[in-house]
Design a protein around this ligand. Structure first.
Ligand code: GLA
Length: 736
């Protein structure tokens, strides 16, 4: 049993394999957070709380006359409310009917269920088995004055050290309430000097790691762009200053949400730290009418006392096992070729068939037709919304094109951008009111396109119908679901004025509904997410699309840092990764073919270049690359992932190790060759310490040697130096 209730101490312990999470109902009915971290072995940590009469930290009325040391302003709380004595950042901001802003929650009840909690209309960790590994705790809190009921929900996966937290609100009173802010989780650390690791960036340069101290004051990252964004990923980490890849305490927070999010951190007057994760409040205001319920998205917490590597692997496992869904997500992912960087908008059906035919000869399995196949779409100024094939451009119907590709021996995939509309489109001419804009104002254009109002169920139904028609009309086995702008000028035509603050969240609920319907109806189709590459690369999206185009940047060397940053919260089975042309279209950099292959192989592998223009040698390298990928598929897609270098190193290295430790693949890429080079030496943990491994350089003439798992961990191996800039090595280790 993971969840243990001690009625005498009024203590709830959530036990996972390596962590204890503890909360206590105190004498005043407040739910105090007493611990999250390593195991406690049955100690009530509330005994270690220090109560002091702190100036300017007031006391709840029922306590203040007898005890001035008790204050909600410094006590660690399981969930915090604005306006009633806690002056830190707080999770719940409620406006009452009389206009006052304040709320105060007390413990009412709790219950424990087998299995994981599913959230209506939102992604959540799932598992159909009734394994004891999965349990749910629901703690019911209530505000006796406005009759707001708040349920704190904890979904536990014991063996992965995962706690999925979410919150549910219910207005049990007879007056409407306005929710200005509702975090999905609140976590207070009474002690500790923590650092915050977050993943920031921009379009085509996503998820650069930033690690810094937490100081007294408030720090935050988030998005009000309608998407989780390229700029601030909704996965972050708190760790000790000393924490490294392989040692030290750390905590992860992965928000299963693809819309506007915020992570806020405050270190307060006493040195304690509060973390809140939830929907961004700047763009959120929800009217909770009497009887209404509102369920908020889930945050996955994980704890590791063995460093960041173990923490990441917890997330890799939970995403692969308990987040991605559908039969295609569990099946072998095909090696694909996408025509975007090969042709952009300039193609004919014949050109596509030619690419597909040559691709098939090289061993590629799936041909993906990108943007430009529908409506009037020869550049990015028109056509979005008109989801019917441009038969003139293709020279045939979509069905016929799909059949031609199938006849070559390849699967056929297709690109959509279903959340958008161009002003120059039949859909916009018919339904201008479906585009998001504020009445009386001209909306911002981005890529000369507007956003469809997914907060309107009529729009969602239309999209479901038009995409279903296309998917049923042709032999389509893969969909790339794109979304190429940030959202602003938010206003929902179908919403009353007092519900406009609900637009952004309702947009995401609409999106999830459309995705749920399409992915379950067309469960033979593999869906890949995309938002100008990695603008919506989050665990919420992975619930619907098991792989996501990682970045519009296909430069292998830039990809090293994008893949590095992304690997902290996400497994490589989710990272769309392609070999593209050299010089690269985004950076102009020349990189050896071998290195482009090595880098792309750390993801869902594919190609995105005009293969009809390649030399025989390059074509040979494609064949060899695909053979290699097939040969090591299980290690790559299902192995344990280890980061072996830091962003400062001039050789980026990583390893994938089979779960049974019988085999591993190490990849190393040089980017900063110097004269008279120092040797590159890396230590590889995670192997069988009592066995020897044969070290083989794949495709390179370097003599095999033997090394023990213990030596790999404690001594390490030297990687052959190279005098070629951007050279790379793939090293295969096999247990003897
Ligand atoms: C986005 C995607 C690209 C490509 C283009 C097409 O930028 O990330 O891969 O599909 O749209 O317009």
């Amino acid at each position: 049993m993971s969840i243990v209730w001690n009625p005498n101490r009024r203590l709830i312990n959530i036990e996972t394999k390596n962590s204890t999470y503890q909360m206590k109902i105190d004498d005043y009915g407040n739910l105090i957070h007493t611990h999250y971290g390593g195991k406690l072995q049955d100690t009530d940590m509330s005994q270690e709380l220090v109560y002091l009469d702190r100036g300017f930290s007031g006391n709840p009325y029922e306590v203040g006359k007898v005890d001035r040391t008790y204050s909600l302003d410094y006590l660690p709380q399981e969930y915090s409310c604005f306006g009633t004595g806690d002056y830190r950042i707080t999770g719940l901001h409620v406006r009452n009917t009389d206009g006052s802003k304040g709320c105060s929650l007390h413990y009412k009840n709790h219950y424990i269920n087998q299995g994981l909690y599913s959230i209506k209309g939102l992604p959540a960790i799932h598992d159909s088995s009734d394994d004891a590994n999965y349990e749910t705790l629901c703690v019911e809190m209530t505000d006796d004055v406005n009759n707001l009921e708040v349920t704190l929900i904890y979904s536990i996966i014991n063996d992965l050290d995962i706690i999925g937290r979410s919150v549910k609100l219910k207005n049990s009173g007879n007056k409407a309430l306005t929710i200005d802010k509702v975090a999905s989780m609140n976590l207070d650390f009474t002690y500790g000097d923590w650092q915050w690791v977050r993943f920031t960036g921009r379009h085509a340069m996503e998820r650069n790691i930033v690690r810094g101290d937490i100081y007294q004051g408030v720090q935050s990252i988030g998005s009000v762009r309608g998407t989780s964004s390229h700029h601030y990923n909704p996965f972050t980490v708190i760790c000790e200053k000393e924490t490294t890849e392989n040692m030290g305490q750390c905590y992860g927070f992965s928000f299963l949400y693809s819309g506007e999010h915020i992570t806020e951190i405050e270190k307060d007057q006493t040195g304690s730290t509060r973390i809140l994760v939830g929907i961004h409040p700047d763009d959120f205001c929800w009217k909770l009418a009497p009887g209404d319920e509102l369920e908020l998205p889930q945050v996955l917490l994980s704890y590791s006392n063995e460093g960041l590597g173990t923490l990441s692997r917890n997330y890799h496992k939970v995403i692969n096992k308990n987040i991605v869904r559908g039969k295609r997500s569990k099946e072998r992912r095909p090696v694909l070729i996408n025509n975007w960087e090969a042709t952009y908008f300039d193609f004919t059906g014949d050109k596509l068939v030619e690419i597909a035919s040559q691709a098939h000869d090289m061993g590629i399995e799936l041909f993906v037709m990108d943007d430009g196949w529908f409506g009037k779409r020869d550049d990015d100024n028109s056509g979005l919304g008109d989801w019917y094939a441009n038969e003139k451009k293709l020279g045939c119907s979509l069905k016929e094109l799909g059949e031609k590709i199938n006849a070559i021996g390849m699967d056929f995939g297709i690109w959509f951008e279903p959340e958008m509309v161009s002003e120059d489109s039949d859909l916009y001419r018919k339904h201008p009111e479906w585009a998001v804009k504020i009445p009386g104002r001209n909306p911002n254009l981005a890529r000369n396109q507007l956003v469809l109002d997914y907060s309107n169920p009529e729009v969602c139904d239309y999209i479901i119908k038009s995409l279903s028609d296309i998917l049923s009309s042709a032999p389509i086995s893969y969909v790339k679901w794109d979304m190429n702008r940030s959202i602003c000028d938010k206003y929902g035509n179908s919403l009353d004025a007092d519900r406009q603050g609900e637009f952004s969240h309702r947009y995401i609920l609409g999106l999830y509904k459309v995705l749920e319907t399409l992915t379950t109806t067309f469960d033979d189709v593999l869906f890949e997410g995309c938002s100008g590459g990695g603008g919506r690369f989050d665990a919420g999206m992975m619930y619907y699309t098991p792989q996501i185009w990682l970045s519009d940047n296909t430069d292998a060397i830039n990809r090293l840092s994008i893949q590095y940053g992304s690997s902290f919260g996400y497994p490589i089975s989710t990272m769309g990764s392609h070999v593209s042309a050299s010089p690269n279209h985004q950076t102009g950099r020349n990189t050896p073919f071998k290195t482009r292959t090595t880098v792309a192989m750390a993801g869902t592998f594919g190609y995105e270049l005009d293969i009809t223009k390649l030399s025989d040698d390059e074509k040979k390298q494609i064949k060899e690359g695909i053979n290699l990928f097939h040969q090591y598929y299980d290690i790559i897609q299902q192995g344990d992932y280890y980061r072996l270098s830091t962003p400062e190193d001039k050789c980026t290295a990583w390893a994938m190790i089979k779960e049974d430790k019988s085999e591993a693949l190490i990849s190393a890429v040089y980017h900063g060759v110097e004269a008279n080079q120092k040797p590159t030496h890396i230590r590889v943990p995670g192997l069988d310490l009592n066995s020897n491994y044969v070290v083989e350089y794949v495709g390179d003439e370097v003599a095999c040697r033997e090394i023990s798992g213990a030596a790999l961990k404690n001594g390490g191996i030297s990687i052959n130096p190279s005098r070629i800039e951007y050279d790379s090595y793939v090293i295969h280790l096999v247990r003897k």
